[in-house]
Design a protein around this ligand. Structure first.
Ligand code: CU
Length: 184
């Protein structure tokens, strides 16, 4: 059995008005990967995209901080996280092993901004899909970071905030919390 964890810290908290934080636990046991994520103080009554991000070439990903706001608009948007965190890899939605990113199958925060997510993933299916998508690279959870995204539409985003994916705009993809995944 291999266990990984992440301490998830706020990002963009000054501009979104809430400091989202939480924990994630990843347990590889035999042919399954069990994911447990618990988040507090996220924008409430809202669906939150969440994924692990990383570099397909095996470079160690790091969490974004306010230093990644390279255009100085006050927001660290999704594209700005790429320099240190890499690309979006595996979603924590209803079917992580399908690696289908833009959809409405992610957890929804309650009235208090809380949500808990648990999913048991078939490891062989995830591994196969991951290798096909990222040119034979390994999951390598200890080189990844977890991102939680999503603010309500009433948060005024400057035009410089990027990150639209398909018909989802930058409110959906704006990072609100991030954590480095480490071996427990
Ligand atoms: Cu993400």
């Amino acid at each position: 059995m291999k266990i990984y964890q992440a301490n998830i810290v706020p990002l963009n908290e000054q501009v979104i008005g809430t400091a989202a934080h939480g924990t994630a636990l990843f347990t590889i046991n035999g042919d399954t990967l069990t994911i447990n994520i618990e988040m507090f103080d996220t924008p409430d009554n809202l669906q939150h995209w969440e994924h692990f991000h990383g570099f397909p070439d095996g470079k160690d990903a790091a969490i974004a901080t306010s230093a990644q706001d390279v255009n100085h608009d006050g927001f660290v948007d999704l594209p700005e996280t790429g320099a240190v965190s890499g690309t979006t890899m595996v979603p924590f939605n209803d079917a992580p092993h399908e690696m289908d990113i833009p959809n409405d199958a992610y957890p929804v925060a309650d009235d208090h901004g809380y949500f808990a997510y648990t999913k048991v993933v078939p490891l062989a299916a995830l591994d196969e899909k991951f290798k096909a998508t990222f040119n034979d690279s390994e999951l390598a959870l200890d080189k990844r970071v977890i991102y939680i995204h999503g603010v309500t539409d009433d948060v005024a985003l400057p035009a410089t905030v990027a990150g639209a994916v398909g018909h989802y705009d930058a409110h959906v993809t704006l990072p609100i919390a991030v954590g480095k995944i480490v071996t427990l």
